[in-house]
Write a new protein. Structure first.
Ligand code: SAM
Length: 213
């Protein structure tokens, strides 16, 4: 994603009600904080949040938390929320590397990874959001029975991810190399990047997986 420094974005995020602050204090207390027993689904690397906002509209019975590393990107999601406020969505500006500082064991029911940055150089493999280093973090925060859904049009990243899941001994529930021409497309909610890549004719790969429970 091309990043542009958006002037004042840090200040805007700090003042916005949808962006959660000092989130490490919520670790182990998310259920108390929401106080309604609804499951928590997170998207890591949510960009401008289009996908998560659509899901939040469709599923008021779920709490959605979008995680984005860059203020300049997150601020766009916050602006969209002003136009269409939703009670069941929040955002955190953070590097997902630190996700285990924010969620306690078993606090998250589902993780979405959509069109994650590919980090094509081998020496950067551990930065990929589907690397074994990240899988270990997800295993810590996922509830028993929790799952991860990953979509990308980037075939090398997808092949890498399939291997990492296999090597970790995790369970693959679904693996398709052409989501939009498969039976699994029903109910699919497109992300911003997905719309761009589908328009270009790129096949979209999808992997659904979870640790062994
Ligand atoms: N998921 C969106 C979509 O499909 O339209 C955006 C995809 S964009 C290519 C990847 C996003 O992930 C970027 O906004 C980037 O800043 C964010 N990102 C990458 N690494 C991250 C990390 N370690 N923690 C949080 N966000 C990250």
């Amino acid at each position: 994603m091309r990043l542009r420094n958006v002037k004042g974005s840090r200040e805007e995020i700090a003042a916005n009600e949808y962006s959660l602050k000092e989130v490490e204090k919520n670790k182990g207390h998310w259920a108390e904080l929401f106080a309604d027993g609804k499951p928590i689904h997170i998207e890591i690397g949510m960009g401008k949040g289009k996908f998560l906002m659509k899901l939040a509209e469709l599923h008021p019975e779920i709490h959605y938390i979008g995680i984005e590393k860059y203020s300049s990107v997150l601020v766009r999601a916050l602006e969209k929320m002003e136009e269409n406020p939703l009670p069941n969505i929040h955002f955190i500006r953070m590097d997902a590397e630190n996700i285990v500082d924010v969620f306690e064991k078993g606090e998250v029911d589902k993780i979405y990874l959509n069109f994650s940055d590919p980090w094509p150089k081998d020496r950067h493999a551990k930065r990929r959001l589907t690397s074994k280093q990240f899988l270990a973090r997800y295993e810590t925060i996922l509830k028993k029975g929790g799952i991860i859904e990953f979509k990308t049009d980037n075939r090398p990243l997808f092949d890498f991810s399939v291997e990492e899941v296999k090597e970790a001994g995790w369970v693959t529930e679904l693996c398709t190399y052409d989501l939009h021409n498969s039976e699994y497309v029903e109910g699919n909610v497109m992300t911003e990047y997905e719309e761009k890549f589908v328009a270009k004719g790129n096949p979209i790969c999808k992997l659904v997986f979870h640790p062994v429970y």
